[in-house]
Design a protein. Structure first.
Length: 562
């Protein structure tokens, strides 16, 4: 039987007059994304896919994303050659709010890239039965550019929620070279990715920029492929992350040779590049690069370029170089981030200041104490004292202060939290995610490729490949996305297809209450031992299960629900 959390103490947006969070645990700048709230619902019931030249397959993910879309005629006011207003009819594309749930488990092998353009969309991977779902074959991307309809919609589509999805594209061959992302997100406003897994891309595992009001939280981004038939050659990139008002917190970044992270600075569509990067874990970055970027590429009176990099945990791994090497302003082994901006643009009056503090790094206590002591490095400066004077901020950006939680975990607390809850862990953390978490805890890596560095791989099969994901479909008689069992237990009618979309006093629809109630299934980090003569009991502490016997102290034994 599926496990569900009780829906208790939900925040009442209607009672307080405040905006409703995307879901109760949403944080950061993207926390108010609406997704498909109150709209249509479609259930993915097959793992099959089809190409653009084939007949659509009802019940597939690609089919679901193509539904509930229509065109309309709208009035557009234009100026004629004399400056007078004239009204013309133009076609616009309207996407109805949509929530996609899953009643099938397994790997969805895409026949070609799946390009998502719609807004007001929720994709709820945690609704899949059993082991959950994974996107493979090609990449699934999200681009909300409005193109010729910008006059009506503005520059971006809005309100995207993606939760508990795995993105693991397949490896191109030497005969068929193409580029794969874990996922790529551009031109969206109000977007949140929560508890997703992005691995095994031959380009970035996660590229996200040209966005506004964005959160990426509790995601596992790892094992970018090094030599995997990319047209440009070697990669192994975690990602390019940026955006106007973007939060990245409680993510695990592991086993990538470079771009850990490559931070986008102020640019054409991100003139106010205020980035909140806190409480993440970065493990086993390669010798090419840890973090870098932050260039100013556009100069306007409104330009701001601000990285808030606080309380992250950096742990060296076997690919991270010689941790016995001396501290220097250019040593990549202990670099947290390199600022690649020339001083000229700052002298011209464009704000570029970065609040970097509280970040822990293994093997280098001096840098853990003072991040700006050779942890922050500079591309265009020989005088580091001068560079610090130019770029060092004394506090968070004002907008970041508004989205921070009441209590900010330390870097050490962050490590434990992330290990327990990161990635697509509902309905269940799979073996590959569990392996990467275990390697991060142990300081190990299980595969290598042509780079000849442990953890930097060319091919997913080196570390076991795509897990088999199984699950038994649940009964949903009225096709409203909610299992009959849950509806009955919560006073809904399992034969009424309309009650799922109804909004409750909490501000969430009944469908959202169900989605938000799904537990993370316990995944043991070690096999339980056979029963003995001693009495034992389980003990829950800070996200971990412990086993106690009369002759033993508490021993970390497994993961439990959040």
């Amino acid at each position: 039987m599926r496990n569900f959390l009780s829906v208790l103490f939900l925040f009442s947006a209607i009672a307080t007059g405040a905006q409703t969070l995307a879901f109760p645990e949403a944080e950061g700048f993207g926390r108010y994304a609406q997704g498909g709230r109150g709209g249509k619902v479609l259930t993915v019931t097959t793992l099959e896919d089809y190409s653009s030249t084939e007949t659509p397959i009802e019940g597939s993910l690609r089919w679901a994303l193509s539904q509930y879309v229509r065109t309309e005629q709208a009035d557009r006011v234009l100026k004629d050659i004399h400056g007078a207003d004239s009204v013309v009819k133009q076609t616009i594309t309207v996407y109805e709010p949509l929530t996609i749930v899953f009643n099938v488990a397994g790997n969805i092998e895409l026949k070609e890239d799946l390009k998502v353009k719609r807004d007001y969309l929720t994709i709820a991977g945690q609704t899949a039965p059993g082991d959950g779902v994974c996107i493979t074959g090609h990449c699934m991307t999200f681009n909300g550019a409005t193109g010729g309809e910008m006059w009506y919609w503005g520059p971006r589509r809005k309100h995207l929620i993606v939760r508990y999805m795995r993105f693991r594209p397949s490896t191109p061959t030497a005969e068929n070279k193409f580029i794969t992302y874990g996922t790529d997100v551009e031109n969206y406003e109000h977007v949140i990715f929560d508890h997703c897994t992005m691995t095994w891309a031959n380009e970035e595992c996660l590229a996200i920029y040209d966005t506004k009001y964005t959160t990426v939280q509790w995601c596992l981004v790892a094992e970018g492929l090094y030599y995997a038939n990319h047209p440009k050659g070697n990669r192994s990139y975690c990602g390019v992350w940026g955006g106007q008002f973007a939060s990245y917190h409680h993510n695990l970044i592991a086993h990538n040779d470079s771009r850990n992270i490559r931070f986008n600075g102020a640019r054409a569509h991100d003139t106010i590049a205020v980035v909140d990067f806190r409480n993440n874990v970065v493990y086993n970055w390669g010798t090419n690069n840890s973090g870098y970027g932050l260039e100013v590429e556009v100069k306007t009176p409104a330009t701001r370029n601000e990285l808030n990099m606080v309380n992250n945990y950096y742990k060296h791994g076997p690919a991270s170089g010689n941790t016995g090497s001396k501290i220097s302003p250019t040593n990549k082994v202990h670099r947290l981030v390199r600022i690649d901006q020339s001083k000229a643009s700052v002298d011209e009056g464009y704000r570029s200041q970065h609040y970097i503090t509280g970040n822990f790094i293994t093997h280098y206590p001096e840098i853990a104490t003072d991040n700006w002591y050779c942890g922050v490095q500079f591309n265009s400066y020989s005088d580091t004292a001068q560079a610090k004077a130019v770029f060092r901020a004394s506090d968070f950006s004002p907008e970041v202060l508004e989205v921070l939680p009441a209590e900010l975990p330390s870097a050490e607390e962050t490590f434990e939290q992330v290990m327990t809850h990161v990635g697509a862990c509902a309905p269940k953390r799979d073996g590959q995610d569990a392996r990467i978490v275990q390697e991060t805890i142990a300081g190990t890596a299980s595969g290598k490729g042509s780079k000849d560095k442990d953890g930097i791989i060319d091919d997913p099969t080196t570390v076991g490949g795509w897990p088999v994901l199984n699950g038994t479909p649940y009964q949903d008689s009225d096709l409203d996305g909610i299992p009959d069992e849950w509806e009955t237990a919560h006073g809904l009618d399992p034969h009424n297809p309309n009650d799922g979309a109804l909004l409750t006093e909490s501000g969430y629809s009944n469908l959202e209450l169900y989605i938000n109630s799904i537990e993370q299934v316990i995944t043991f980090l070690a096999e339980p031992k056979a029963a003995g003569s001693e009495s034992v009991r389980w003990f829950y502490n800070n996200g971990l299960l412990y086993l106690k016997t009369p002759s033993h102290t508490f021993t970390s034994f497994g993961q439990t629900v959040r």
